[in-house]
Design a protein around this ligand. Structure first.
Ligand code: PMP
Length: 464
């Protein structure tokens, strides 16, 4: 690590204030305050620097969002220019702004199929809440107001509002702060390595998709509004469904006339080597929720792209849709998103992920980490990957979740200049899309070192 001499008192002051006043998301505040938060001060490209001067390679693009990398002044300039011209105006009462309109048009062009109408929000969770309200509203408009049920998957992540938490399938989240929304059902996830019980990937794909049909029949086909899924589960640990899964899911949705929603908050904007994960996994959704990479995280903004079927019903027959946010289509966020899309397009960043860096990361991961004694299985597409930490590789036996082996590994990464996230006993990588081959090499050097350090820690604990 490149330590630069810094005033140590400064980070200590920030840490003290942080401990006194700041409640962090998804954090055990008591435990954090006992050791103090790391203070990130600046960033450039794929690197972060903390207040002690340590340089850290960001294998997670922030929270899966800084697709164009850090430090792009063009986005700062777009925000500055827009703030000077029109820092805010709403889009509620028969008004619009140029950035919101241009961005809607741009997204209509970029999204696959006939997703030609765009509803703006500010976060992935708000986009998902919009999806929940919109698909239910659609069925009301269609004269079937009883079609309320949304079906999602266990271990799916769809956000942290009450709607997002209800729709998501995260057990730990469901154990806090209920009751949750009625009219939401969950089916098994297509996690082949962890849950196939000896089935081949092809058979397991069908088994998991058939769980959707079973659930539809249990709820009653005429009560189901939509099925929602991430093309590749992200926060669940980067789980790529086996070949055949999405084709079968789509067949079932069509059979029962159920809307299909792709939650592309992580997969959107190049992560899998195409603009949308739906293109990589051959999904034809009726709606797409998106956020994160839409602005590369430089401004909070999200959207729902709506296909003709739903949009035309809402527009022609729906009257007023009583839904929206003060900052829906915020002109500064929209201007920044437009600039971000321009950079992604003109610098051919997504083509680079598809043709060069994506295949390189996937190949190097398997070649260099695949034989590591801790790594049970690696999966991923483009610049997103997950690996299961296994106690017994051949038997697909994962470590007991009480051991928190992912956190042990994550802490070694943190201490050694790499951000690699733990999702339970899976380690995940999702670097900025501008990462070079040399930077991928550096990231994997560090990942290997940290896996070795994790083995040493487990030995010390008497586990292996
Ligand atoms: N959906 C998916 C697939 C996500 O990964 C996330 C965030 N990780 C969300 C929704 C929620 O987004 P946000 O945190 O911006 O509310």
């Amino acid at each position: 690590m490149n330590a630069i001499n810094k005033e140590p008192a400064r980070s200590e002051d920030i840490r003290a204030l942080d401990a006194e006043h700041h409640l962090h998301p998804f954090t055990d505040t008591h435990a954090l305050n006992a050791k103090g938060a790391r203070v990130i001060e600046r960033a450039e490209g794929v690197y972060l620097w903390d207040s002690e001067g340590n340089r850290i390679i960001d294998g997670m693009a922030g929270l899966w969002c800084v697709n164009i990398g850090y430090g792009r002044k063009e986005l700062a300039e777009a925000a500055y220019t827009q703030m000077n011209q029109l820092p805010y105006y709403n889009t509620f009462f028969q008004t619009t702004t140029s950035p919101a309109t241009q961005l809607a048009k741009e997204l209509a062009v970029l999204t696959p199929g006939d997703l030609n109408h765009i509803f703006f929000a500010n976060s992935g969770s708000e986009a998902i809440d919009t999806v929940i309200r919109m698909v239910r509203r659609y069925w009301e408009v269609m004269g079937k107001p009883w079609r309320k049920t949304l079906i999602a998957r266990n271990n799916a992540y769809h956000g942290s509002t009450i709607g997002g938490t209800s729709l998501g399938g995260m057990g730990a989240m469901h154990n806090q702060g209920g009751p949750f929304l009625p009219g939401i059902e969950h089916i098994r996830q297509p996690y082949w390595y962890g849950e196939a019980d000896g089935q081949s990937p092809e058979t397991f794909a069908l088994t998991c998709a058939q769980a959707l049909e079973e659930k539809i029949l249990e709820v009653g086909p005429d009560n189901v509004a939509a099925f929602v899924g991430e093309p590749i589960q992200g926060a669940g640990g980067v789980i790529v469904p086996p070949e055949g899964y999405w084709a079968e899911i789509q067949k079932i949705c069509r059979k029962y006339d159920i809307l299909l929603v792709a939650d592309e908050v992580i997969c959107g904007f190049g992560r899998t080597g195409n603009w949308f994960g739906s293109q990589t996994l051959d999904i034809k959704p009726d709606l797409i929720s998106m956020a994160k990479g839409l602005s590369s995280g430089y401004q909070p903004i999200s959207a729902v792209a709506v296909g003709e079927r739903v949009a035309s019903a809402l527009i022609e027959k729906g009257g007023e849709f009583y839904h929206g946010f003060t900052y829906s289509g915020h002109p500064v966020a929209a201007a920044v998103a437009l600039e971000n899309l321009r950079i992604l397009r003109e610098e051919k960043i997504i083509e680079q992920v598809r043709d060069v860096t994506g295949p390189y990361l996937q190949q190097q991961l398997r070649e260099r980490l695949g034989n590591h004694p801790l790594v049970g299985h690696i999966e991923g597409v483009g610049l997103i990957a997950g690996m299961a930490l296994a106690q017994d590789k051949a038997q697909h036996k994962l470590f007991d979740s009480n051991l928190d082996v992912g956190t042990i590994c994550r802490n070694h990464c943190f201490a050694n200049g790499l951000i690699m996230r733990a999702c339970g006993n899976r380690m995940v990588l999702s670097p900025p899309l501008v990462i070079t081959k040399a930077e991928i090499d550096e990231m994997l050097d560090k990942a290997l070192l940290c896996l070795d350090l994790t083995v040493a820690s487990l030995k010390e604990m008497g586990v292996t």
